[in-house]
Design a protein around this ligand. Structure first.
Ligand code: HPA
Length: 274
């Protein structure tokens, strides 16, 4: 079955459960799933129920689509996302973003946990993604292009919408949080980086590194959606000052910043004009 048919079937299934046409889609990343609790839920659909939808496996990811209201606005949120390192292919990783488009999403908000490589950053801080480097050696747009979804050669100009970055920055400052801006580089994982790799990624021009987000953003841009991306710095990858790290430490740091992130995203959604 081709991708468009899978998208149509999955969308039809969801349409039978909810008539909601949310203009805002949110992908809740590692340890940030509880932002979902802030949403006044109207309809919740487990991924397992949706035809062609992958099912998430990794610890800390729940695996459901939440339709409801956040700050009075209609949203759809993915609680639990799919990572390339889990063995999903790029089509599966980005499938939910294709569905969001069909459901009416115009703005995609993506959150993730990331390693900080800019020495000005601190663990627990939020970073507004201003640009990215796709270093996963893969691309979700490889293969036949369906012009109904987007162009063969999509432009990546203003990939992370400048107005949304400004809005999120102002909002964080209004709430009294320090917030940084930076370039996100996506690697496949699942191992964290060696010192030499952190040094290379930093030299390439990246401020934070993670294992997600870029495929979803490429597909969002392919479909003409605006994107706001926010990372939580969960560990520092400074090549000359490395410390042992673990998934537990990463989750703990993400959980600690989660209330700030929740607060900020809720306010940004309130102030958004979609
Ligand atoms: N590297 C890659 N991915 C990550 C990291 C890291 O240091 N921290 C959180 N996700």
């Amino acid at each position: 079955m081709n991708l468009m048919d899978k998208i149509s079937e999955a969308t039809e299934f969801i349409r039978n459960k909810t008539k909601s046409e949310p203009p805002i889609g949110i992908i809740l990343g590692t340890g940030l799933g509880r932002l979902g609790e802030r949403i006044e839920k109207e309809t919740v659909i487990d991924y397992q129920q949706i035809r062609h939808f992958p099912v998430s496996t990794v610890e800390g990811h729940a695996g459901r689509l939440i339709f409801g209201r956040l700050s009075g606005k209609s949203v759809v949120a993915m609680q639990g996302r799919f990572h390339f390192y889990e063995g999903y292919n790029m089509e599966q990783v980005t499938f939910p973003v294709r569905i969001m488009k069909q459901l009416g999403v115009k703005v995609l908000i993506v959150c993730n946990a990331a390693g900080g490589m800019n020495p000005q950053f601190r663990v627990g801080e939020m970073v507004l993604i201003t640009d990215h480097i796709n270093f996963q050696g893969q691309n979700p747009l490889i293969g036949p292009n369906d012009e109904r979804m987007g162009p063969r050669f999509p432009d990546m100009y203003n990939c992370y919408d400048k107005d949304l970055v400004d809005l999120a920055e102002r909002t964080a400052l209004d709430l009294g949080y320090r917030i940084m801006r930076g370039v996100y580089v996506a690697v496949t994982g699942p191992n964290l980086e060696t010192g030499a790799e952190y040094r290379m990624l930093r030299t390439m021009g990246a401020d934070v590194v993670g294992m997600s987000t870029v495929p979803e953003v490429i597909v969002a841009r392919h479909q003409g959606m605006k994107v706001l991306g926010v990372s939580i710095v969960t560990d520092m990858g400074l090549a000359d000052n490395l410390h042992p790290c673990s998934h537990e430490l990463i989750l703990a740091a993400a959980n600690k910043t989660e209330p700030l992130m929740t607060e900020m995203i809720a306010k940004v959604v309130e102030r958004m004009t979609v």
